[in-house]
Design a binder for this molecule. Structure first.
Ligand SMILES: *Cc1c(COP(=O)(O)O)cnc(C)c1O
Length: 420
């Protein structure tokens, strides 16, 4: 459920017409609904109320400070995958002891940063990384809390680029070598083993991969117990999918009904790392049609947002629903069309081979389900300033990130003296 709907012929985010924001802020822009973000967080939280848990929002899905702050105020933590994300989470007011840190390529400097502020735990992805954490912790005279990220070799049945728990994935430590690595970890002077972690992929629309992966993870927990290696946390990652089109992913409650019985038995504190399921359908990218162009096959709607602003359609060939902001536009004749951006690449499209109403230059379009992996994956390609982000609450809105300007584009660049 989300809070984007037509009222009086105009597409609204909560009680604000998107056309009003477009007029005042310009296009394109990302628009998020406070009520939807809040609701999705709460629904997830409630679904798992039977087990002691912390929801560590996956910062890479939407890393705006205001959005992170919103979840922090709900008692949430953060799942970070870089020093930059750690910086953001802390700046947004997420308590350090609710931050978990995954990622296959943590640098020593990033490890030092995380130890310095006292994060909840590192989710360690390799034996060399474990060694690096031990070394850095020793230098600082502290003990580093860690979980090992177990790769359970379970197919999440999603897009290959976002499958992370396959045998062939770069992520995690193989299930078979998990115990050896744990024995190694407990022998290290400056490592404190506190948990087990797994995360098998994103946009998962079935319950079974979660159950299968959790079973294997719980095997590891049992083996740890048998060897007297005490832990406090099971971090089961994120990955729950959302309906972009006609997918029917499990409701958090359904996932909870299936896995709570398994989790309850452990008596451990559960960490969740949802990203997409919380933020995805809480946001839209609003763009304006600049031109239309017709050939024998179809019509192109050339809009002012491109693949640099929203890369999911190009990168994953993914579907994002397109809605006219003016409801009456939806009544126009429907034609086979592509929605394309201004970028000099044929892969620059927001929608391809769609049957859409005949948009005209000047019409506004909302590209839906853009609240996760939208702005965060945007770039300056073609020297396009990144677009603003707006957060709507009830009948008002705030610009929570300014539109970049041309000076932002060249910030930090300089011409060597021999070229002057
Ligand atoms: C990306 C990621 C997540 C979030 O995935 P979603 O599909 O957005 O829920 C959680 N944990 C880790 C380690 C990740 O890399």
């Amino acid at each position: 459920m989300h809070h984007f709907e037509y009222k009086n012929g105009q597409f609204h985010c909560e009680d604000v017409p998107l056309s009003k924001i477009a007029e005042e802020v310009g296009t394109p822009f990302y628009c998020y609904s406070h009520a939807t973000l809040h609701r999705h967080f709460t629904v997830f939280d409630k679904a798992f109320e039977k087990v002691p848990h912390t929801i560590c929002f996956a910062v890479k899905a939407n890393s705006n400070l205001a959005v992170l702050r919103l979840f922090a105020k709900e008692g949430g933590g953060a799942d970070v995958v870089s020093g930059g994300e750690l910086f953001r989470a802390l700046k947004a007011g997420v308590p350090a002891d609710k931050i978990v840190y995954a990622g296959v390529g943590k640098t020593k400097e990033e490890i030092r940063q995380a130890l310095d502020v006292g994060i909840l735990m590192f989710n360690v992805e390799s034996s060399q990384e474990l060694l690096a954490i031990d070394t850095v912790a020793a230098k600082m005279g502290v003990k580093a809390p860690i979980a090992l990220r177990i790769n359970p070799a379970v197919d999440p049945k999603t897009h290959p680029y976002i499958s992370t728990g396959l045998k062939t994935s770069k992520f995690g430590i193989s299930y078979d070598s998990a115990m050896d690595e744990y024995r190694h970890a407990v022998s290290m002077e400056n490592i404190e083993v506190v948990g087990v972690h797994k995360h098998i992929g994103s946009q998962i629309t079935l319950v079974s991969p979660f159950v299968d992966a959790l079973e294997k993870t719980l095997d590891v927990v049992k083996n740890l117990e048998e060897e007297g290696i005490g832990i406090r946390y099971i971090d089961i990652g994120g990955g729950l999918g959302i309906p972009y089109k006609d997918e029917a992913p499990p409701h958090p409650k359904e996932l909870a009904d299936n896995i709570i019985p398994m989790l309850e038995k452990t008596g451990l504190h559960i960490i969740f790392e949802p990203g997409r399921v919380i933020a995805g359908n809480a946001g839209a990218l609003v763009t304006r049609v600049l031109y239309t162009k017709e050939n024998e096959e179809k019509i192109f709607f050339i809009v002012d947002a491109g693949m640099n602003d929203l890369v999911r359609p190009s990168l994953y060939d993914s579907y994002q629903h397109v809605a006219p902001v003016e409801e009456s536009v939806g009544l126009r004749r429907k034609i086979s069309s592509d929605v394309v951006g201004p970028i000099c690449e044929s892969g620059d499209f927001l929608a391809r081979d769609r049957v859409l109403p005949e948009f005209k230059p000047g019409d506004l379009m909302a590209v839906m389900s853009a609240g996760a992996y939208g702005f965060t994956m945007s770039s300056n390609y073609n020297s396009r300033p990144r677009v603003p982000e707006v957060l709507v609450k009830d009948d008002s809105y705030d610009v929570i990130r300014d539109r970049e300007n041309y000076d932002d584009l060249v910030k930090g660049e300089r011409i060597p003296s021999y070229l002057k």
